[in-house]
Structure formats: structure tokens, C-alpha cells
Design a protein around this ligand. Structure first.
Ligand SMILES: [Fe+2]
Ligand SMILES: [Fe+2]
Length: 188
């Protein structure tokens, strides 16, 4: 898929604010690719497409988990994580986006995992730090990325904040998120 098509399907599918977020994630990802030696074209596409399934009905997301034989355990956790794996499958099987790194980047942007590829790492972080994000302490992560150039440390920090947030809400935490936290704690 070309950038123009990706932009079009996302603009048509998502509410304006989420579309604009997707464009900013793509732009941030390209900026990061230049610093970390990533593939600018791939991260741009993954950034545009990453939230494609974000506003799909829960019933549709559940159906897709079965249809695409995704991990059934996904259903036992915060439903916010579903749009990553489902969106990746929609891109692969319905739009013919064959690239494995783009698939993984969309798939894992909601949970993280151990041993992420560079494209996955960039999307995982760009989603958190794009200029429209204003969560407390986000500037610390921007500094890690653009000044200290510590990508794995930023992934650890983002995972940590996500896990702390989920614990505060008494939410169950998907095991891949914990694996990501532990793995990048050692890598950072
Ligand atoms: Fe997302
Ligand atoms: Fe996002």
C-alpha cells in the first residue's frame, strides 16, 4: 500500500482527531527513523495505519479475534488492546499489506512485547510522544528519544507507566506487556 492510499482509508474511517493523531504518529515515526536508522517508508505507513481498528465495535473486534485465530486470551484483558492485533490482521488480510514489520508494529503497539523490531519500537514510542500528546512526564520520554537517544530506555519507561496506570485502575495486565516491561528493564 502506498502512503496516499493509507492516508485516504484512515481519513475516511477514523474521527478527525484520531486521523490527525495518526498523521502525527507517522510524522514522529519518520523523524525517529532518521535518528535510529529505521525504514522511513515502513514506519510512515505503520504510523498512519496503526489505529485503523480503534473505533470498531467490540462485537466486531471479538469476531475478528476468532476469525484471524488471534490469542483468545486477549479477550480477558482491557479491550483497548484489541485494536492492535485486529488492525494488523485487517491490513494484512483485507488490504494486502504484506510487510511483516508493518504487521508487527500495528499488532504490538497496544501491548509491546520482548524483542521488538526497530519498526515496532518506533511506532510504540511515536504513538506515546507525538506532539499532540500531553500526558504528565511525556517530555521526559521526548528527551530520551531526541536528545539522549535511548530508545530502549524510553520503551521501558512507557511500559512502566502503562503498567502503573493499569494497576491503579485495578485492570488485569496482558502478559506480553509485563514481558515487555521486564525485557526492556534489562535492555535499557
Ligand atoms: Fe492504538
Ligand atoms: Fe495511536
Amino acid at each position: 500500500m502506498k502512503k496516499k492510499k493509507a492516508n485516504k482509508i484512515v481519513e475516511e474511517k477514523l474521527p478527525k482527531k484520531r486521523y490527525e493523531h495518526s498523521v502525527r504518529v507517522a510524522e514522529t515515526a519518520v523523524k525517529m527513523a532518521k535518528i535510529y536508522g529505521g525504514d522511513a517508508e515502513k514506519v510512515e505507513l505503520a504510523g498512519l495505519l496503526h489505529d485503523y481498528a480503534k473505533y470498531d465495535e467490540l462485537s466486531k473486534l471479538y469476531q475478528m479475534v476468532t476469525k484471524y485465530e488471534l490469542d483468545n486470551a486477549l479477550l480477558a484483558y482491557n479491550s483497548e488492546i484489541l485494536h492492535g492485533p485486529v488492525g494488523a490482521c485487517i491490513m494484512k488480510y483485507e488490504f494486502g499489506v504484506e510487510d511483516e514489520e508493518i504487521f508487527l508494529a500495528i499488532h504490538n503497539h497496544t501491548t509491546g512485547r520482548e524483542h521488538m523490531t526497530l519498526t515496532e519500537k518506533i511506532i510504540f514510542v511515536a504513538d506515546y510522544i507525538e506532539p499532540g500528546r500531553q500526558q504528565p512526564g511525556v517530555d521526559d520520554i521526548r528527551k530520551m528519544i531526541f536528545e539522549e537517544k535511548k530508545l530502549d530506555k524510553a520503551i521501558y519507561e512507557i511500559s512502566k507507566r502503562t503498567v502503573l496506570y493499569l494497576i491503579e485502575k485495578d485492570s488485569a495486565i496482558y502478559p506480553k506487556t509485563i514481558d515487555c516491561l521486564n525485557y526492556y528493564n534489562l535492555e535499557k
